[in-house]
Ligand binder design. Structure first.
Ligand code: 13P
Ligand code: ZN
Length: 270
């Protein structure tokens, strides 16, 4: 067996968690990541017949039967992932129709997967139906997106349009826009189901007064998606209290659609 800490998916996961921490998105244990892996990616690094322990998930997800996920642990600090990946991360396989997670590596202090595992797994199911290439679900607490949910309407069209207006390339990076959930109790199946429902139509889902979820085909793309939305929210929080003299118009956004071959969400542009 090769050393799993040298696996490309592992080094990428560690770099991403570290980078997210340094962006200030993951204070203390805030945030979580799950990365879907294929059997071929892990077979040189772990013996998939050796199950360290079986953990009930509390939900079902038959679509994910037999799938492998590298996932952050509950209560674990992103700050520490780079120093002790085997404590802060775990590699699990879903069995029993998604009702059980078999631990194959990690969580060496007896820990377990993130409390937001339902939201992650249900979001994977939803995104895979839209895009079979989807591999990543990422949750974090970026300050400006969070701040925006206190002062901006939570109407999804309005929220999306405001973000699109803040940086020229926003509509190119997230043409499907941003969906928004009202405040809900985190760590529950209910918020998981609600998040997955929102993931059917957008790769970004804001959790009001809490944070954001992003989904994408790899860690870089998903990080970049949240990074772009957070930059837009930062501009908004810098200018929201000032008179708006200039803005990105719908006509400009139509020009961007044509130039970059994207299509903004139906009905969101005039
Ligand atoms: P976990 O420590 O369980 O991953 O929870 C962090 C979080 O951000 C909850 O929404
Ligand atoms: Zn959170």
């Amino acid at each position: 067996m090769k050393d799993i800490l040298t696996a490309p998916f592992m080094t990428e996961m560690i770099r991403t968690a570290t980078n997210m921490y340094y962006h200030g998105w993951n204070e203390r244990n805030g945030g979580n990541i799950s990365l879907l892996l294929e059997e071929e990616q892990i077979q040189d690094y772990v013996n998939s017949n050796t199950v360290l322990c079986s953990i009930p998930t509390g939900f079902t997800a038959p679509e994910l039967e037999g799938k492998y996920f590298l996932v952050t642990g509950t209560g674990k600090y992103f700050k520490n992932v780079q120093y002790a990946p085997e404590v802060n991360l775990g590699l699990v396989r879903l069995t029993d129709g998604g009702g059980t997670a078999e631990l194959l590596w990690g969580f060496t202090d007896g820990g377990r997967f993130t409390s937001e595992f339902p939201a992650h797994m249900m979001s994977h199911v939803a995104r895979l139906k839209v895009d079979p290439e989807n591999r990543v679900v990422m949750h974090c607490h970026p300050a400006n997106l969070l701040a925006m949910t206190y002062v901006h309407t939570l109407d999804e069209r309005e929220f999306t349009r405001t973000l699109w207006q803040m940086c020229t390339e926003c509509i190119v990076v997230f043409p499907d826009g941003v969906n928004v959930l009202p405040w809900m109790l985190c760590g529950t199946n209910e918020i998981g189901e609600a998040t997955a429902e929102k993931m059917k139509t957008a790769r970004l889902v804001v959790w009001s007064l809490h944070g954001i979820y992003g989904a994408g085909k790899d860690l870089d793309e998903t990080f970049g998606l949240i990074e772009t939305a957070e930059k837009a929210a930062e501009i908004y929080m810098k200018i929201a209290h000032l008179p708006r003299v200039t803005t990105i118009t719908d006509d400009m956004m139509h020009q961007l659609e044509a130039r970059f071959g994207v299509k903004g969400r139906d009905g969101y542009l005039a």
